[in-house]
Design a protein around this ligand. Structure first.
Ligand code: SAM
Length: 223
């Protein structure tokens, strides 16, 4: 599905989030930069926006963008190459549930809006824990659901009516933009990440709601 919308993905991201996605990614990147990691895995990297946000602030010795979708990854590679960031960046087509890296390969793993799409979140977290070094850090940005009040009502209206309509019209893929809100609501309802993180042996050190709870930033460490 992501192959089908890769061309319009970036523009739609910025339009449909009203530009807030830049702010969300910067908040996540601050958590990555805080430990000054030399090796970073951008998992479910898509078109590379997490990596780009990181590289504007901080350059690790090694950065690896990994994603299941060749089309999303190809766009990410073109974007990073245009800015001459490609010399120390690797692009790997793979699944989060079976990472093709040895143990303790990365000091930080970041996942921007990817987790809710994983077929097996517990297995993906076990893989993340395996490839992280001791004291390595996992930073996850994922959609959440504001719980109460008028903002929660407005947000649901936006998700169920406006987002599928505008996303579908602009991208031409109504299927993808019906999937997006339903995957967001299901993920927020089931909230599988904290349990998967703990079961993988990682320790959550912070969960920070952003934009009134529309997005949740989770930071965990391997100890
Ligand atoms: C919504 S995009 C997020 C892209 C980027 N991280 C961002 O912040 O914009 C989700 C990405 O997750 C990837 N993805 C979905 N399931 C995956 C899996 N099991 N393993 C690796 N990547 C996956 C998709 O191909 C897609 O590029």
């Amino acid at each position: 599905m992501f192959d089908g919308i890769a061309r319009q993905y970036d523009a739609l991201n910025h339009i449909l989030s009203l530009g807030l996605d830049y702010r969300w990614r910067r908040a996540a990147i601050r958590q990555v930069v805080a430990i000054r990691p030399q090796s970073v895995l951008d998992l479910a990297a898509g078109t590379g926006d997490m990596s780009l946000t990181l590289l504007k602030r901080y350059k690790p010795t090694r950065l690896c963008c990994a994603d299941l979708s060749p089309e999303m990854l190809a766009r990410g590679k073109r974007k990073l190459t245009r800015r001459h960031y490609d010399s120390f960046t690797q692009f790997v087509e793979c699944s989060a549930e079976a990472l093709p890296f040895p143990e303790a390969e990365f000091q930080a793993v970041m996942i921007g809006f990817g987790v809710r799409n994983f077929a097996d979140i517990p297995q993906a977290m076990r893989e993340v824990a395996r490839v992280l070094t001791e004291h390595g850090r996992l930073v996850v940005l994922e959609f959440s659901m504001p719980k109460r009040g008028i903002f929660a009502l407005l947000y649901r209206f936006y998700l169920r009516i406006l987002l599928p309509l505008f996303g579908g019209l602009i991208s031409g893929s109504f299927k993808a933009y019906r999937y997006l809100p339903s995957s967001m609501e299901r993920y927020a309802r089931e909230s599988p990440l904290p349990v998967a993180i703990k079961a993988a042996g990682l320790h959550t050190i912070a969960t920070v709601p952003l934009s009134g709870g529309a997005v949740l930033l989770t930071v965990a460490e391997k100890r």
